[in-house]
Design a protein around this ligand. Structure first.
Ligand SMILES: [Zn+2]
Length: 362
């Protein structure tokens, strides 16, 4: 297959250049705002995040504060209401302090207002803390909205260490899923001649491999490991910004997760879903191209006590099969191992039994 010429070098890249990861940078947010010479800071947060973190931050930036909004349902409707209410106000920066829903509303609102976005995550459950992509629900169905990536990220380990361990494990799942996403991307480069960006791919896959290698002794609340996770998630977000699409961090394993969302199956987090999807898709890469090691992936998830079976995420065997068949119909232009191998229902049955994602007849 003749490769197409790369076009990315003609692009300019919007990416966070001001990144603080450490024990307590939230205390210096006032200084950061001053250094960046920002005045009208509009704060977007959630009720719990406000009580835990954002109230103190608000005190520190009081003289520059343009207003505050508490996210309710999340989603585009809420962003539209904010734009209608605040479109003519003097806002020169939006700061989001909270989890995924808060940061998604904040990043899209900042983009609509064409002002910089500062991301202050209170959880690290996926790469949305740094990526330009927001995940919303519209009419009950998941949608992705592209915004500008954050101009600055303040990741305070004190806050993140106190977030629920399940969400940190989910962040681990989202990060290691990059190893599958990059295999899909390389496969597509070979089979379809798709543009491929080595820098973005390396940024997405190297931290994921570091985490995988450390899985045997991983303690996600410990400073070094937590820092490794946050760095990895931030670099994933930057990789997405570099290519202007989620390609470096979203392949067949994310299609499986999107299918579960579309079909409304289960009760797992995004990171848990993509992690289980990764075991299944890694199996396919290993079987057909010898480029994977699904057992290593699964073992690492077991080590950190993340779910590796359908039962643990409240999904039946039939639902997993339905989701996998549905995944083959999602975004077929994004070529992955699913389009390449086109597994049948029976093939999936075998994979689920072999990987232990679903036990036979359960
Ligand atoms: Zn993801």
């Amino acid at each position: 297959m003749k490769r197409k010429l790369k076009r990315e070098f003609l692009n300019t890249v919007d990416m966070p250049l001001f990144v603080e990861i450490g024990e307590g940078p939230r205390k210096y947010i006032g200084d950061i705002i001053e250094t960046l010479d920002l005045t009208g800071v509009y704060l977007i947060t959630g009720k719990t995040s406000y009580e835990l973190v954002a109230a103190k931050i608000k005190e520190r930036i009081n003289s520059s504060l343009a207003g505050i909004h508490f996210v309710q349902d999340g989603g585009m409707d809420e962003v539209r209401r904010l734009v209608i209410d605040l479109g003519y106000r003097d806002i020169d920066c939006v700061m989001g302090v909270g989890g995924g829903k808060v940061l998604d509303v904040a990043k899209v609102f900042a983009s609509e207002m064409n002002v910089p976005f500062i991301s202050v995550p209170t959880v690290a459950s996926h790469d949305g803390i740094a990526s330009p992509i927001a995940s919303f629900k519209e009419a009950g169905k998941p949608i992705s909205v592209t915004a500008k990536p954050p101009a600055a990220i303040v990741a305070d380990l004190v806050i993140l260490r106190h977030s629920p361990i399940r969400l940190l494990r989910s962040g681990y799942g989202d990060l290691i899923s990059n190893t599958v996403a990059i295999k899909d991307w390389i496969l597509s480069r070979e089979k379809t001649g798709e543009d491929y960006n080595e820098i973005a791919a390396s940024m997405a896959v190297l931290p994921a491999n570091l985490m995988l290698n450390a899985a045997e002794r991983l303690d996600l609340k410990q400073t070094d490991h937590l820092t490794m996770l946050i760095r990895g998630l931030i670099l994933s977000g930057v990789a997405i910004s570099i290519v202007g699409s989620s390609r470096p961090a979203s392949g067949s394993e994310h299609k499986f997760s999107h299918a579960l969302d579309f079909l409304g199956f289960g009760n797992a987090t995004h990171g848990e879903q993509v992690a289980i999807g990764s075991i299944i898709m890694e199996y396919l890469h290993e079987k057909y191209y010898g480029t994977g090691n699904w057992e290593r992936l699964k073992r690492s998830l077991e080590k950190i006590q993340a779910p590796t079976t359908a039962r643990e995420i409240g999904v039946t065997r039939e639902q997993v099969i339905e989701a996998l068949m549905y995944a083959k119909k999602i975004r077929t232009k994004r070529y992955t191992i699913l389009e390449d191998v086109n597994p049948s229902k029976d093939d999936f049955e075998v994979i689920l039994a072999k990987t232990g994602v679903c036990l036979k007849n359960i």
